[in-house]
Design a protein. Sequence first.
Length: 216
Amino acid sequence: MGSFFEYLSFSWDHVLELALGHALVVAISLAIDIVIGVSLGVVVYRRESAANVALGITSTFLTIPSFALFGLFIPIFGLGYTPAVVALVMYGLLPILRNTVAGLRSVDPAIAESAKGMGMSARERLLRIELPLAWPVIITGIRVSTMLLMGIAAIAAVVNGPGLGEDIFAGLARVGSATALNLVVGGILGIIVLALIFDTFFNVLGRLTTSRGIRD
């Protein structure tokens, strides 16, 4: 471990730069996933067939090996941020969409009917009643998606995507050398730390944005 800490002390700026790039590409992809996943969930949750189609398609994305998908995207999007973000968006959609549908369907119909009886429009019921009640389930899906993207983002290094995967692949390419293990361990630990930071953020956000009555 002494050699690793020595490596980290000399390469701290480099590792931090990669970590920031990793966090940024995950944050961008996750933001797109939240917009698409929640919006699509709102559209299809009342329609069983449409929901099944949407969930089926997004489930299929997760069956595609990440190396193969990144490779297929090279002729289409080239190298760098674009193929990384497109692939991550595809992989992160399912947990958010599934939990949005499940959360909205879990809202007691009697509550929605009461709101309707009070004169609320369908949009008002959605924004003021249904989405707030479904929010704890939705944000759980966001947290799951975040953890998923943190790991897959490392593989984006094969298309020159940003992030800690660069050091992991560099270390694997130098197996047997003095720096190989340090590069791999540094990349893995960096991803773990970022995952904990993101998960803590969404955990706190969920508690702050969920009414006390629902939370308790």
